[in-house]
Design a protein around this ligand. Structure first.
Ligand SMILES: Nc1ncnc2c1ncn2[C@@H]1O[C@H](COP(=O)(O)OP(=O)(O)OP(=O)(O)O)[C@@H](O)[C@H]1O
Length: 293
């Protein structure tokens, strides 16, 4: 569908950025604090772990948190012998671009109006040596602002948007707005992810539904869009983000059997099946060895 859209751009549409990527996946949420960045970082990590050449583009220009979550805060994007900037490499398969890599200090605020952000977003696509990518995961700021519109105009091969939510009623109203926003700008909704969906008490092992459970699935059904799955509220996931480690490698050894990670993996696999139009993940793709930081 993405190719069809690009084959006949409206006459006043700007040209799409010239980067080599098979699928661009936008991650957004109707409201802040639902764990969109955490989900984007861990999904990108899961893609890379399955052998996909993955880029992660942090477009939360005013509050870029991806570098902190991945433990690459303080890294810089340099340009060597080409004029292109080098993204920051996390594993052999995962490269990251963030505004944070260009700021003099991590606490420096970015006070920019729309046109400056548009220029930066274009640079982050075309001015970066991404190489050949299978997936480019784009973490957008919450809500329905400029960044989403700009990337929707400039990025090639957009597979669509993934909407992250928490299960409670207040968040569900915002999902509906986000779904309509994505549809209004002419992109497919790949699906909805319900984050912080129930929690297993670390003391008694009982499941506690802090924000409720099942609201994301219900909204997906009501809106007629796919439900990609649920990720539980897991204190280890919060700790991993605070410590700057992707969740999977926070506790090497136990990670692959961890129920939360299995959920992240299942969400990623469903996303791939939808994006690659019904195809199963290529079983020949060896899982890449992790590169603990
Ligand atoms: N499944 C989860 N289990 C436990 N903690 C989580 C989970 N998902 C996110 N968190 C924590 O919730 C907080 C908010 O997450 P995050 O920054 O990813 O949200 P966001 O929606 O991207 O926020 P913003 O609106 O600021 O962009 C962080 O402390 C993160 O570690």
């Amino acid at each position: 569908m993405a190719e069809e859209r690009q084959a006949h751009p409206p006459p006043n549409m700007p040209e799409r950025a010239n980067i080599s990527v098979r699928h661009v996946v936008l991650i957004l949420s109707g409201k802040g604090g639902v764990g969109k960045t955490t989900v984007a970082a861990n999904l990108a990590f899961a893609f890379a772990n399955h052998g996909f050449r993955t880029g992660l583009l942090d477009l939360d220009i005013h509050g870029p948190d991806i570098p902190k979550i991945l433990g690459i805060e303080g890294s810089r994007m340099d340009s060597y012998d080409t004029k292109l900037m080098e993204p920051v490499s996390v594993t052999g398969n995962l490269a990251v671009v963030s505004m944070a890599f260009l700021l003099p200090e991590t606490s420096s605020p970015v006070i920019w109006r729309g046109p400056m952000k548009t220029g930066a977003i274009r640079q982050f696509l075309e001015g970066v040596h991404w190489g050949e990518l299978d997936y480019l995961v784009v973490d957008l700021p919450p809500g329905t602002g400029d960044e989403a519109l700009t990337i929707a105009q400039f990025a090639p091969n957009i597979a669509g948007a993934v909407i992250v939510t928490t299960p409670q009623d207040m968040a569900i109203l915002d999902i509906k707005k986000a779904v309509r926003f994505v549809q209004t700008i002419g992109l497919p909704v790949i699906g909805i992810i319900e984050n912080m969906s129930g929690m297993v008490c670390p003391h008694c092992g009982k499941e506690i539904d802090i924000f409720g459970k099942g609201g994301g699935k219900q909204a997906a059904e009501e809106m007629g869009v796919p439900f990609l799955g649920a990720v539980p509220l897991d204190p280890e996931m919060r700790k991993a983000a605070d410590e700057g480690r992707p969740f999977l490698i926070r506790s090497p050894g136990m990670a692959r059997d961890n129920p939360t990670w299995k959920q992240v993996d299942a969400v990623m696999e469903k996303l791939v099946r939808i994006v690659e139009e019904g195809g199963e993940i290529d079983a020949r793709k060896e899982k890449m060895p992790l590169n603990p930081m």
